[in-house]
Design a protein around this ligand. Structure first.
Ligand code: HEM
Length: 282
């Protein structure tokens, strides 16, 4: 037998760990989280200058130091939040992510998943699919995000955007709407971060894209399809186009089973050829 032996089992079963959160989702998500936190903390300082209710926010959790400083922070972060939010909405619709990941939301599904969550029976095995409660929360918070930006714009330019002010029923109501959206976002954030910490693999996926390592815990052999990812090809992603056969030097990459088959038929060059195809030589 030749010294060249390839584990057929590994060759045929090793696939890259599935990409759960594509890179664009991760980037916009964390930019959004950063911008939201700046907006909330500076917003609290602005609120303190003219409170709507009988309470104010502790100086220690506000940003900007005083009204003028807070306004500067708020408007600077606003551009980041708005541009980033528009990118997220555009890509969410264009790639079909919203349709695939956030729909459908049915009352029956929400009730069943809420019950399961409250009795700790909700499964987190497949992170690539959101449960009905997540779908509802994410769709809801995206809508709240749109409303908070629109109500903020109406208060920023009430003369130029008078139609927007009218849509909210007047400047004062827009202020209450803006505050309510902030409260909903803060409540969402508390629950969202707590759940992310309770299911750390979901947090890992939002940081590195995958649940575990690049090839998953049991994967030893790299997949040539994935090595192309940095060059633009994607592997295991859920988004549109992920199923298309990835290209390798301008031609279709052989499937792993095909690669093993070709190897058995001696069509690989020892060393460079094997390494090139990413197969393990024992
Ligand atoms: C700063 C702390 C935050 C942490 C640790 C965090 C964590 C996460 C994690 C782990 C997921 C994936 C959930 C899963 O796969 O089950 C996620 C998704 C999501 N988060 Fe956050 N998040 C944070 C802030 C925010 C903020 C401020 C917002 C919006 C106000 C937000 C909105 C979302 C949305 C809409 C998704 C679903 C994204 C999609 O699938 O397109 N997150 N977050």
């Amino acid at each position: 037998m030749t010294s060249l032996a390839v584990s057929d089992h590994q060759a045929e079963t090793a696939t890259p760990a599935k990409v759960i959160q594509p890179v664009w989702v991760r980037i916009v998500h964390w930019v959004n989280a950063f911008a939201m936190i700046l907006m909330i903390m500076s917003g609290w300082q602005i609120y303190n200058a003219s409170p709507l209710f009988s309470f104010t926010f502790s100086h220690s959790i506000t940003l900007g130091g005083w009204l003028g400083g807070a306004l500067l922070w708020h408007f600077a972060a606003m551009w980041l939040l708005m541009v980033n939010g528009l990118v997220y909405l555009a890509l969410g619709f264009a790639t079909g992510r919203f349709r695939k990941k956030l729909l459908p939301i049915t009352p029956g599904g929400v009730i069943a998943d809420t019950k399961a969550a409250l009795t700790f029976k909700l499964s987190h095995d497949d992170l690539s699919k959101y449960n009905s409660v997540q779908k509802l929360l994410y769709t809801g918070i995206i809508t709240v995000g749109v409303v908070i930006v629109l109500s903020g714009l109406s208060m920023w330019k009430p003369v130029q955007l008078h139609w927007l002010v009218s849509l909210f029923g007047g400047y004062d109501i827009a202020r209450y709407v803006h505050f309510t959206c902030m409260a909903l976002i803060v409540a969402f954030l508390v629950i969202h971060v707590a759940l992310a910490l309770l299911v750390p693999k979901s947090l890992r996926a939002m940081l590195i894209g995958r649940e575990g390592g690049y090839y998953g815990s049991s994967q030893k052999t790299p997949d040539p399809r994935c090595r192309q990812e940095a060059a633009g090809a994607r592997c295991g992603e859920d988004d549109a186009g992920a199923d298309a056969p990835p290209l390798h030097h301008g031609r279709h990459q052989p499937r792993r089973a095909d690669a093993a088959h070709r190897l058995r038929r001696g069509r690989f060059v020892v060393g460079g050829g094997i390494a090139e195809e990413g197969l393990e030589v024992q």
